[in-house]
Write a protein that binds this ligand. Sequence first.
Ligand SMILES: CC1=C(CCC(=O)O)c2cc3nc(cc4[nH]c(cc5[nH]c(cc1n2)c(C)c5CCC(=O)O)c(CCC(=O)O)c4C)C(CCC(=O)O)=C3C
Ligand SMILES: [Fe+2]
Length: 372
Amino acid sequence: MHDAARGDDAAPFDALLLLSFGGPEGPDEVIPFLENVTRGRGVPRERLAEAGAHYELFGGVSPINAQNRELVAAIEKEFAAHGPALPVYWGNRNWRPYLADTLQRMADDGVRRAAVLVTSAYASYSGCGQYHENLLAARAEVGEHAPELDKLRHYFNHPGFVAPLVDHTLAALERLPEQLRAGARLVMTTHSVPTVTAETAGPDGNAYVEQHLETARLVAAGVARALGRPHMAWDLVFQSRSGPPQVPWLEPDVGDHLVQLHEDGVPAAVLVPIGFLSDHMEVVYDLDVEAKAAADRVGLPIARAATTGSDPRFAAAVRELVLERAASVRGGHPDRCALGSLGPSHDVCPLGCCPDPRGRGAGLRGAALLDR
Ligand SMILES: CC1=C(CCC(=O)O)c2cc3nc(cc4[nH]c(cc5[nH]c(cc1n2)c(C)c5CCC(=O)O)c(CCC(=O)O)c4C)C(CCC(=O)O)=C3C
Ligand SMILES: [Fe+2]
């Protein structure tokens, strides 16, 4: 076992904060939610209406908040069983419970310094830099009694994130007709982002794609190992593109790719949404409805793997990440668990890491980081 997993000393942290995207929980909340998400972000009105229609198909309720409540419960269970005795709070960027309200409650409860887990495993402006900006803005809003906040490192290559994806991919393969399984392609998917966002992700750039390629390799290797095969064929593709058409985003799109696989004679595919922590709207609509329709049109059988979600192995990984970071903050050198060859990600994002492609907020973030 790793050093960090043995003890349960979380000092100087006195809480864990789960920070997520948020989603509407009723038809009246869809438009205000979408306005929050897209404020100042140059998303065309047509795309907004289209996204609104996806939520309406599900009664205006995104699954993401319920999934985050489950994750909080799973982490609380893990902490209760193995320590540390930390309360777990939850706040969102775009919907209730809003981050600033949660942070105020933490301050009122006397929390001084919290570890922060974001529900994105990877580097990018949307999944890292923007969350940093949200943390700074919320601390500024709460004022001088706001707790100090330490965002935990990216966990794309942590076994607690990867192992459930391997199991869920194996389960999805089982749902394909038996005679098609041997030739099935693993199609790993993640959120597309503008190419400039991808190029500037992480301390040295390009971390968004590099980290996804690593997770994809790890999942495919785990599946091959479980099946006793030398390797599994896989691709990394992108989904849920938004923004104006003239701005380049990462490609290929998952739907186009499924059609291409069919034309290439691939008999079946398993979609593995490695880019997301839970089966939220981008998964249950963009994959299960949209990509499924594209596959059906050409007659390509597909199955979709579940995300990691609130798997107990992930809850255990969160515990490890908290204890490991606490040990580092105390000046120690804990083992920092990571699979593959990229190694454990940095704890503190350096200046200029994952900047806003639209250039807002960079000054605010830079100044606050220099303050440390
Ligand atoms: C990298 C990335 C992640 C993964 C990292 C992470 O998990 O954080 C992610 C997650 C999510 N994205 C989500 C929803 C939306 N994202 C949008 C728009 C955008 N996403 C972007 C990127 C990402 N997004 C970008 C570059 C835009 C363009 C506007 C902008 O530059 O910011 C829009 C606007 C309409 C549209 O264009 O679709 C919506 C509604 C939900 C909630 C789902 C639910 O409700 O269940 C989740 C978890
Ligand atoms: Fe998004």
